[in-house]
Design a protein around this ligand. Structure first.
Ligand code: CP
Ligand code: NVA
Length: 311
């Protein structure tokens, strides 16, 4: 409410420079964890299931000397037992930063509007910025310089795709995406990502043919066709995403030795085959590991202590 607190609700909340700084911070913390968050407390308020996000936040904050607590969303009843604005203001009296996993982006926006402490989007229907930071950190570890490197996202224009495309386009990458007609990214995001690609020296290519997106790509990324909360559409989606399965045949069009990426959980045999998940180019578990460091860096950044990290 009119305060200057920084939140991370969308990948678009960070400039390209800030993303680069955050990635450097994450690498430094991974090399050498430092007790920057001593006496700081993180609350996790999750309204959807999670393995990676929850555990990696808790472990990441512990690595930096802080504490984390996970709240049972059913007990809290965000917007049901209690108004969002009241939950937000109460938690801000107890802890220093909060990560929220919920349904619509509007919920996390309303939560942040009333929060005097930083709020991190730990996944909404629309975005998953923590995932994108970990994904790009993983590529940075492999490649060093990201500029001009190509990444193709093949599948649903969902939360994971949205944050990934924004982040890659901000860093001068050759960013490609193929989604079936009707499953593309929202318009505002396409304009924002195009503007970011133009100013970072990157490229943004949006197509409906997965082969066209993958051609010569150095990293190929996919995610589930049916996200949490869309279970009733699963059958329809299996039909609409025909030809989008990341299998050896589709991967054969990518660059030699291309990396395979997935945020997990995967619906094995649906959007991606076992063979591709287990292939030598798969960096899927490195992505999962890097959630710890990308998020620790994001927490340090939002709490204004990232500049204290020894690099
Ligand atoms: N990738 C990811 O966010 O995993 P969880 O849903 O298990 O947290
Ligand atoms: N798109 C997936 C990502 C899970 C981490 C979902 O929202 O279910």
């Amino acid at each position: 409410m009119g305060n200057q607190v920084r939140h991370l609700l969308s990948a678009a909340d960070l400039s390209g420079e800030e993303i680069s700084f955050l990635l450097d911070t994450a690498s430094a913390l991974k090399r050498k964890p430092q007790p920057l968050l001593k006496g700081k407390h993180l609350a996790l308020l999750f309204e959807k299931p999670s393995l990676r996000t929850r555990v990696s936040f808790e472990i990441g904050i512990h690595h930096l000397g802080g504490t984390a607590m996970s709240l049972n969303a059913n007990e809290v009843g965000l917007g049901e037992r209690e108004a969002i604005r009241d939950v937000s203001r109460v938690l801000a009296r107890y802890v220093d930063i909060v990560a929220v996993r919920t349904f619509g982006q509007a919920i996390v926006e309303e939560y942040a509007e009333f929060s005097s402490i930083p709020v991190i989007n730990a996944l909404t229907n629309e975005e998953h910025p923590c995932q994108a930071l970990a994904d790009i950190l993983t590529l940075k570890e492999k490649w060093g310089d990201l500029r001009g490197r190509s990444i193709a996202f093949v599948g649903d224009g969902n939360n994971v795709a949205a944050s990934l495309i924004l982040t890659a386009a901000s860093l001068g990458m050759d960013t490609r995406m193929a989604a079936p007609k009707g499953y593309g990214l929202p318009e505002w995001l396409v304009s924002e990502a195009s503007a970011r690609a133009a100013s970072s020296g990157g490229k943004l290519t949006l197509v409906t043919d997965p082969r066209a997106a993958i051609r010569g790509a150095e990293a190929v990324y996919t995610d589930v066709w049916t996200s949490m909360g869309q279970e009733r559409e699963a059958e329809r989606r299996r039909i609409d995403f025909a030809g989008f399965q990341l299998n050896s045949d589709l991967m054969s069009g990518a660059a030699l030795g291309a990396f395979v990426m997935h945020d997990l959980p995967a619906h094995r045999g649906e959007e991606i085959t076992d063979e591709v998940i287990e292939s030598p180019g798969s960096i899927i578990f490195d992505q999962a590991e890097n959630r710890v460091w990308a998020q620790a860096a994001a927490v340090a950044f939002l709490l204004g202590v990232a500049h204290q990290v020894e690099r």
